[in-house]
Design a protein around this ligand. Structure first.
Ligand SMILES: *[C@@H]1O[C@H](CO)[C@@H](O)[C@H](O)[C@H]1NC(C)=O
Ligand SMILES: *[C@@H]1O[C@H](CO)[C@@H](O)[C@H](O)[C@H]1NC(C)=O
Ligand SMILES: *[C@@H]1O[C@H](CO)[C@@H](O)[C@H](O)[C@H]1NC(C)=O
Length: 797
């Protein structure tokens, strides 16, 4: 048996987990899980009530139960049977049962950010207290993003959807609408929820959104196997829009008014949502708490109805973030009364309120003439249509696609293996002086493992996690390689106000190698908790430095954290030989870390965010501008615009081998839009034109492919993400320094070479927003960039 699999089979332990719900009004409760085995032995003897149940002939014959009819007709029929009161109690996340029509209670709120999850202090749609007690816990999204592997993202989401549907089929779920993924751009490194996102780049985030939604929703997407819109589970793109500040100094997400320029909105904040809807086919959207330019997101008709439903063609339901509607009158003072707040959101296009506010105030809004019953019917139509697409009005769903999934499809060896694969491929090697890593399996006789993140299972899963199948801490992972390990936590808590230096030095001096597992946890960065600095907490850095001084050989520093930390001290300290960033690596994370340290896996992850120096904190987190303003000393944000010093840059990541790139051929070197048929192109002399003015034929003709050779020059096989950037000449008028336009991963043996084809669509990839928020094409030279290789493309307009 492969010894690296042992922890999966043998470890048993207790896991403490705190879940912070997405609401202010609910207090957090700590609870305990005992996960000896994922699944209880006795069969499930309960069965959820189903709408349109064959066993209930009185309701089975109702028109909305007729599955041969189009969903919109069924939804209309159902709504026509409801009284006003019944309708109102469908507008909240805990949608009431309607027993006279055989419709059970429905919970709209479920979570599945990186595995089927659960909100603890409130009853959400997933219960882990019946047949199924755990689900596969994949790495927190920020680490999965650093694989730059869209196929892996898709496979993970597919597993999450499978496990979710299995929970439903077993009677362990009362909702199939998941409020994931979180695709806000990770704009500021201090954001406590940055860990939940795929990072700071719009293309990376867009592609993640598409893979996630398609994977979790099942094969109903365009081009998928089921073309009828049938959903495995429903996915929700959140939080629309420009939401990326939780609680920082005197500001909080509930009242923060994000001042966003049209330019940043067009090419930073909105693209992930547009892709999530247009290409992913998401069936849900969540509007965010905050205001944007003075308007609360959930009350913004232009955003929800004109942009999302109109421009993007969104077909699905829109939920508020939890209690967001109550804020509009009570805290934001945007509405003058409860009833006006109700009218704002229903007329803006929101459909369901997480919380109880619409249940409390819609009746009086109708009585006062602020909303009409047709406003409510509009929302209900979206809500019931999604429930019908989920097959929840088809009687017993076992006959439906996904109806046979069961407890046997949860926490399977394949699923847990995928969690390990994701962690292994996501972990980023930041430093490896003198090829310290990998350590030799045979020659390493003893290890000292030190640090507050070495042996805490709860830290592995980050936030929005469910109970994992079988978590493996870094300490346990390392034990599968080396028997002689001395462990010391080093710090009292993650805050590290007190260090046990004597004990740490003692074990460090005695060991062949020292591994320090440091970083952050949810006490330092989480929902409602943005950071105020970017350094390791308390005495952590001092512990690392002192241990490194005492150790026989350079030490290995492993960082568990979602957001970036300024570890310049470690980068420059020759006694710290290697640095690994492991995000929050999920249930198999400790094994993945050990596999990398001992060379069973060659790391290939690349950073999905810029690692700024701590000095960046002089920039107010509240300043939403992406572009720099040198006149004000404002440095700009993310690799696309930030001009200052970096600790590590976006896309950075080493491996145990070396890769070289070469542009082999590019199918068009000159792209001529000059003779193109332009729909409304008037200024012949202009240097740039709006892309919407270029005909689709010209856009089609402009597409080209770039063949890139990639060679593994090292001695070890590896999987490598190849990132294709575009840069223009100069950065005039708010042009990004460079911009990711494509990425692919390739697996190469030592000395192997492969050719990757990148498809480039200039009308999408060469565009940048102007100050009015229009995407523009510029004439001039654009450079394709991969690593140190560049290739010039000339555009004429
Ligand atoms: C499971 O949890 C739900 C929600 O808290 C609760 O209503 C239910 O009674 C619990 N069931 C069992 C079997 O403990
Ligand atoms: C709705 O009314 C109930 C009962 O009065 C109250 O407990 C709840 O806080 C109200 N909800 C909101 C969001 O105001
Ligand atoms: C650790 O520090 C954070 C951030 O300053 C604080 O919110 C938290 O309460 C502290 N935790 C402990 C255990 O001291």
């Amino acid at each position: 048996m492969d010894s690296t699999l042992l922890p999966f089979l043998h470890s048993k332990f207790t896991m403490t987990k705190t879940f912070i719900p997405a609401t202010t009004t609910i207090t957090t409760i700590i609870f305990f899980f005992l996960t000896t085995s994922a699944i209880a032995a006795q069969p499930s003897n309960h069965r959820p009530p189903y709408s349109c149940d064959a066993a209930d002939p009185a309701t089975r014959s109702l028109r909305f139960c007729d599955t041969s009819l189009p969903i919109s007709e069924r939804a209309r029929d159902l709504i026509s049977r409801l009284t006003l009161d019944e309708k109102i109690f469908q507008l909240v996340n805990k949608a009431a049962a309607i027993p006279r029509l055989g419709i059970p209670y429905y919970e709209w709120w479920s979570e599945a950010l990186h595995g089927v999850a659960q909100a603890i202090s409130v009853e959400t749609g997933i219960l882990f207290n019946r047949t199924i007690k755990a689900a596969t816990s994949f790495p927190q999204v920020i680490l999965t993003a650093s694989t730059f592997d869209a196929d892996l993202w898709y496979r993970i989401a597919k597993v999450i959807g499978t496990e979710a549907r299995a929970l439903y089929n077993e009677g362990d779920a009362i909702g199939m609408t998941f409020w994931s993924p979180n695709i806000n751009i990770y704009r500021d490194p201090r954001w406590g929820r940055g860990q939940e996102t795929p990072g700071e780049d719009p293309l990376l985030t867009s592609n993640y959104a598409v893979s996630f939604v398609r994977g979790i929703q099942g094969d109903g997407f365009e081009g998928g196997k089921l073309s009828d819109g049938h959903l495995q589970v429903s996915s929700c793109c959140k939080h629309l829009t420009a939401y990326d500040l939780d609680k920082w100094k005197g500001f909080n997400r509930f009242t923060f008014d994000a001042k966003v320029t049209k330019q940043d909105m067009a090419d930073t904040f909105q693209p992930p949502f547009k892709s999530c809807v247009e290409k992913g086919g998401a069936s849900g959207i969540m509007c965010a708490y905050n205001l944007v330019n003075g308007i609360p997101n959930c009350a913004d008709y232009n955003l929800l109805t004109k942009t999302a439903r109109g421009d993007w063609g969104f077909k699905g339901y829109i939920t508020s973030d939890c209690d967001a509607v109550s804020l509009i009158f009570e805290q934001q003072k945007y509405a003058k009364s409860h009833e006006e707040a109700v009218a704002f959101v229903l007329k803006a296009g929101m459909d369901v309120n997480c919380g109880s506010y619409l249940g409390n105030h819609t009746k009086s809004a109708v009585e006062k003439g602020k909303v009409s019953e047709s406003d409510i019917d509009r929302a209900l139509h979206n809500l019931f249509s999604v429930r019908m697409r989920l097959g929840l009005f088809n009687g017993n769903p076992t006959a439906l696609p996904y109806g046979q999934l069961s407890r046997n499809d949860v926490c399977t060896p394949e699923h847990r293996g995928l969690a390990l694969e994701a962690a292994r491929h996501g972990i980023v090697l930041l430093k490896n002086s003198g090829n310290l890593l990998p350590l030799s399996k045979t020659k390493t006789k003893s290890l000292a493992v030190i640090g507050p993140n070495a042996a805490v299972a709860k830290t592995l899963v980050g936030n929005y996690a469910g109970p994992p199948c079988n978590p493996i801490t870094p300490l346990e992972g390392l034990k599968s390689y080396v028997k002689n390990i001395e462990f010391n936590q080093g710090c009292d808590t993650i805050n590290c106000t007190f260090i046990s230096l004597g004990e740490s030095l003692k074990i460090a001096e005695a060991a062949d190698y020292v591994i320090l597992v440091m970083g952050l946890n949810q006490d330092r960065e989480s929902e409602e908790l943005d950071r105020v600095d970017l350094v390791l907490p308390g005495e952590q850095a001092s512990l690392v430095t002192n241990v490194a001084k005492a150790a026989k050989k350079p030490v290995i520093l492993v960082l568990l954290c979602g957001g970036p930390v300024d570890v310049s001290f470690a980068k420059h300290d020759p006694k710290i030989g290697s640095i690994l960033w492991a995000g929050y690596p999920g249930e198999a994370g400790g094994q993945a870390i050990a596999d990398i340290i001992f060379g069973a896996h060659n790391p290939g992850g690349r950073l999905p965010v810029t690692w700024y120096p701590n000095d960046f904190i002089k920039v107010p987190m509240t300043d939403m501008r992406m572009r720099p303003d040198p006149s004000q000393g404002y440095p700009g944000r993310t690799y696309r615009f930030y001009r200052g010093e970096k600790v590590f840059e976006f896309g950075y990541g080493l491996s145990y081998t070396k890769y070289a790139y070469k542009f082999l051929s590019v199918s068009q070197r000159v792209i001529n839009f000059k003779n193109a048929h332009l729909i409304s192109y008037e200024q012949e002399s202009a240097k740039s034109i709006s892309i919407s003015d270029i005909s689709s034929e010209s856009c089609e003709k402009a597409k080209f492919s770039a063949a890139v050779g990639v060679k593994n020059h090292g001695k070890m096989a590896g999987k490598h993400p190849v990132l294709l950037f575009l840069r223009g000449d100069g950065d005039a008028d708010g042009r990004p320094t460079k911009q990711l336009v494509g990425f692919q991963t390739v697996s190469l043996d030592a000395n192997e070479e492969a050719t990757l084809e990148f498809q480039v669509n200039p009308c999408e990839d060469f565009g940048r927003a102007n100050e009015e928020g229009s995407m523009m094409m510029e004439s001039g030279t654009h450079h394709l960039v991969i690593g140190d290789q560049e290739y010039a493309i000339h555009t004429y307009i």
